[in-house]
Design a protein around this ligand. Structure first.
Ligand SMILES: Cc1ncc(COP(=O)(O)O)c(C=O)c1O
Length: 441
């Protein structure tokens, strides 16, 4: 089946020349040369946005603002008014938490899951255990469990949702087990809550952490009918520093901003008595934003299309056809799924190796080699030129739920530029480490 030409794609990156086997892509991906070049190309017109009459400022402002249109198109969002940028997924989820803080009523609850990255658990824990109690409000954070196959237990999650569930927060794909919860089922469960939102809606809001979903899937926020969705561009080829919060426009219209200050206020509408917010999405961009990072991030999406298809979207600001986005992400998904299946098949042959999570998953494999510290495994892999990551991957709850002590595993994760050769080298290196462990044992 037509996937993609990873060898051709690799020619756009510098890391292969360094001989690296980059298999830690769930943490961050590598930047293509064009994006680094783009930053250089922007510097002759380097200027701040929304605060200057110079050609340079107007030019930079136009590119910056168009970036929001690209991001909205990528997500099939109605428009730029649904897109706010932050530093990363973590900050985007915190923005939701702080925006909703005043809306929680005594006796409400938030439902999240044991599969979450700490980014989508700790803010809700802090809200319920640290912040709201100081304001005299009791709000409960409820955690849905996962089953022995690593699948989210949707029946358990549904049993936690009731008429006081203001918000259901769930990962789109776990960065530890690779589990991809059924988001349409989550929507149904959230709908069934019947919670009376201040906007007049009667259902729980649904927030999806798409940090691991967005890099290998086409996301259609309207089809998913999510209220909030967050992801980070540093996992999608762009340089570090920009994350996205998609939110339904009426929620952003209604909510309080997370950060207050310059640029998020309507021009000239500040008096000692009143302050009026700027139009969306600028109501949510207080202060000077990460201008170059935002432009590069939006261009990373356009370049992703060109890397996979013979298109020429990079460098432009025009519309992105939905069909191209879906075709490209289907190919990326198939390619990375094939690599993951090959990796799992290879690792399954190694005695004493335990993998975590279901068969169908996002492109990552977390495992432990019995009797060997996952940190020692990752270091031994690095000595063989293979980049992995050991730790709890911030999925601390899931590691504890599996009784892992220390709460850690070693993880290999794949991106569109990985090849079967990368997988084979990684699996062979793990096999060697397992064999040397037996010799030592
Ligand atoms: C599922 C998931 N959520 C959230 C995050 C946090 O992303 P960031 O560090 O960009 O805020 C990550 C990062 O690994 C992740 O994998």
């Amino acid at each position: 089946m037509n996937a993609l030409d990873a060898t051709r794609i690799r020619a756009h990156f510098d890391f292969p020349a360094a001989g690296r086997v980059v298999t830690n892509n769930a943490a961050s991906t590598q930047p293509p040369r064009e994006l680094i070049g783009l930053l250089r190309d922007l510097t002759p017109w380097y200027e701040n946005v929304h605060r200057g009459q110079s050609t340079a400022s107007r030019r930079t402002t136009a590119m910056f603002e168009a970036s929001f249109d690209t991001i909205a198109a990528w997500l099939n969002a109605p428009g730029r008014g649904c897109v706010a940028t932050y530093r990363n997924t973590t900050e985007a989820i915190n923005a939701v938490m702080y925006s909703l803080l005043t809306e929680f009523r005594d006796g409400d609850n938030v439902v999240t899951t044991m599969l979450e990255h700490n980014s989508n658990y700790v803010p809700w824990h802090a809200l319920c255990r640290e912040i709201l109690p100081r304001l005299g409000r009791r709000v409960e954070c409820r955690l849905a469990r996962f089953d022995a196959d690593g699948q989210l237990d949707l029946d358990h999650l549904a049993s936690l949702v009731d008429g006081r569930t203001k918000l259901v927060c769930c990962t789109g794909a776990s960065n530890f087990s690779g589990t991809k919860p059924d988001l349409s089922k989550l929507r149904e469960i959230a709908d069934a809550s019947g919670y009376a939102q201040p906007t007049g809606e009667t259902r729980a809001l649904l927030l999806v952490d798409a940090a691991q979903l967005a890099p290998t899937s086409a996301i259609d926020v309207r089809a998913l009918d999510v209220d909030y969705l967050a992801f980070s561009f540093h996992k999608m080829l762009a340089p570090f520093g920009v994350g996205v919060l998609y939110a339904k426009q009426h929620l952003l219209d209604h909510a309080l901003p997370f950060l207050y200050g310059g640029d998020m206020i309507a021009e000239g509408r500040v008096t000692p008595e009143t302050v009026a917010w700027n139009d969306l999405p600028w109501k949510y961009t207080a202060g000077t934003p990460n201008i170059l990072g935002t432009i590069a991030s939006a261009q990373a999406l356009r370049l992703l299309l060109d890397l996979v298809l013979p298109t020429a979207f990079f460098g432009g600001t025009g519309p992105l056809p939905r069909v191209a986005i879906e075709e490209v992400m289907a190919r990326v998904g198939r390619h990375t799924a094939n690599l993951t299946a090959r990796c799992m098949a290879g690792l399954a042959e190694i005695n004493g190796l335990q993998m975590y999570g279901p068969e169908h998953r996002t492109p990552l494999v977390s495992f432990n080699l019995g009797g060997v510290s996952p940190f020692a495994v990752a270091e031994a892999l690095d000595r063989r030129g293979v980049e992995a990551r050991a730790g709890c991957h911030c999925a601390t709850l899931a590691h504890h739920a599996l009784g892992l002590d220390p709460p850690a595993s070693c993880r290999l994760s794949f991106a569109l530029y990985n090849t079967t050769d990368d997988v084979d080298r990684a699996v062979e290196a793990v096999r060697e480490i397992a064999a040397s462990r037996r010799l030592v044992g």
